[in-house]
Design a protein around this ligand. Sequence first.
Ligand code: GLU
Length: 431
Amino acid sequence: MENNVQVKASEKERQDYKKQSPQEEFQSILKEAVAVLGYSDEVFQFLKEPMRFLEINIPVRMDNGRTEVFRGYRAQHNDANGPTKGGIRFHPDVTADEVKALAGWMSLKCGVTGIPYGGAKGGIVCEPRSMSTGELERLSRGYVRAVSQIVGPTKDIPAPDMYTNSQIMAWMLDEYDHIREFDSPGFITGKPLALGGSQGRETATSKGVLYTLQTVCQLRGKKLKGLKVIVQGFGNVGGYLAYYLHELGAKVVGISDALGAIYDESGLDIPYLLSRRDSFGIVSGLFDDVLTNEELLQKECDVLVPAAIGGVITEDNADLLKCQLIIEAANGPTTKGALRKLSERGITVVPDILANSGGVVVSYFEWCQNNQGYYWTEETVEERLKEKMYASFLAVKETADQFGIDMKTAAYVEGIRKVAEASELRGWISL
Ligand code: GLU
């Protein structure tokens, strides 16, 4: 093993990703699910766009003394069920279109899991991997100053997302506290424990994905032990998930990071890979022989878990996948065209708004603890998360069976039902 980075991945993958319109994907499945429910077109017209969308430009003094201006967004999809909730991502490919779709998915995610929030999302177009800690801190504080009027513990509660973490949440909290002039731990979730974070928040999304997979195994009479799994992505979600799967005796045969992928059909040494990963989840640079992310997706496995970016399973590669089950740990990894092809091939896709909802569920627990000023044990958090994941899975499965639809549409149906009923009760729309 040598430390020479081979960057085989992939301008092409990034271009393909940019061609997708996540918002069109969201709207198209939304329309179908509204029809399944027999709701009026009003519901679709109301839910297809966020209720509020803010575009900002953030001036940041860089280390070289010059000011760079960063484009940022905050979308609040719907607040009929409570304050809006959703992460903030720092990524070069962030677009307005994507942030709007991600906010819509958050509304549905909160609906599916029955937590009293609507959906939101934020993003900043930037390349965090080439910024210093000081620059990241100034950018994070600048974002909060720009959105401070529309966020808050009873309005809109941010959290981590792609390439943001508990330290960034801590800076954002501090900036917000200064603006408001009082301590408001419930303003943001995914905080460090010392600043009012929750036990189990950092691992929550991966644990939720794991519980989902365990539920599928249980219902299908299969064992997790020995199952061959590919995890695309080795950041917060993919990294912890690979670790738990490995611990439980599943065979993690493939993982990837933003630069490349590694595959070994006899199983990878996940603890070793985790110990060598950098803070952006990059580990493939240790190997001479790396695959691209696209090549990894097409390798043989029982379960494929896309846990990186959106739009990676498309009509172009859906027929080439060699898995039996897909669990979406990323947001929006499978396009609608791909879903159709996979369903024809009998491959079940457990949708993102169900499978990766563990993050927002424990964010909700964190917010409850902040409001109470009383903190729970890790066991309590885990037990309540497990309960929620299991109940939500069964509800979606039942809806899928009842209407004869796939699980993605069924999850939309469950999510929309909650949002639409609350919106009707408030007198905003008629179902
Ligand atoms: N960013 C995560 C998601 O996409 C978590 C959001 C939250 O905790 O509010 O679900």
